[in-house]
Design a protein around this ligand. Sequence first.
Ligand code: GDP
Ligand code: MG
Length: 295
Amino acid sequence: SDYVIGLDQLQEQVRRLALRRGFTLNIMVVGRSGLGKSTLINTLFRSSVLPRTACIVSGSEPAKTTEIRTTQTAIHENGVRLDLTVTDTPGFGDRIDNTNCWEPALEYINEQYEKYLMEEQSAERTRWIHDTRVHCCLYFIPPTGHGLRPLDLEVLQRLHNVVNVIPVIAKADTLTLDERQEFKKNIQQDLAQHRIGVYPLAKYDHPDDYGVNESYRKMVPFAVVGSEQVHNVSGRMVLGRQNGWGLVQVEDPSHCEFHHLRNLLIRNRMQDLIELTSAIHYEAFRLRRLMETNG
Ligand code: GDP
Ligand code: MG
């Protein structure tokens, strides 16, 4: 029979709704000052979302604790609206004694879950809850070339249970390709040994996504380079960084893995990051809270 229930039209409806409402994406960046966090965010979204580190005034002390700074930006492209919130963590890991420097970041993440829970439980709840939950945490690993430091391990062990974590090798242009490969291998071993699960986790794979996700898993942590500087390469304008060896082209996959990170974050997995935050991380939070109140 030619009876159809019109699911294709449902899809169209969802698409139109998404176009009208747009997407809400909340990202947190974690890593010490000067690793290129602001630059990478601005490179990803092609706009000046975050200010770059001002020159450090001599004698100035780094912040006593990690600060939490939230910036909201609306980005429009081809009629699609993206409401982007970036939470920056200035002061993180900048001190000699970094005990508990991750706590403000964890608190912020949990506060957003708490807020969402309150909204869900309120009697006159709005049909649509403004989502401030952190969908993705970009963790910046300093390009030491060795492996994860004790601080990285401590932080990642706490973060990976509450948020989707995507680790990146910061300023990868300061390492040779061989150094990057070796560094990556060491980091992957450290993550496995300490049972730190970073995005995308195989256990949450949709069968359709398995192949692509496998390739991301092999690549993690992404060796990235950021730049807001445009260069002219035989008539083509490209984002790049001039260094001792020449011009590193940010979007060229043979130069660094920015291209793959952007594909994951924006083009392929944005909706998945948002859905997993709700279905896995927020749900775990909600269950913990229920257990607490039911004692
Ligand atoms: P943040 O403190 O982590 O936000 O770092 P910023 O984005 O403010 O960058 C700090 C400095 O590092 C600036 O001078 C940037 O131009 C530079 N920088 C940013 N990204 C890169 C990169 O990928 N490679 C290199 N070599 N330098 C970078
Ligand atoms: Mg910054």
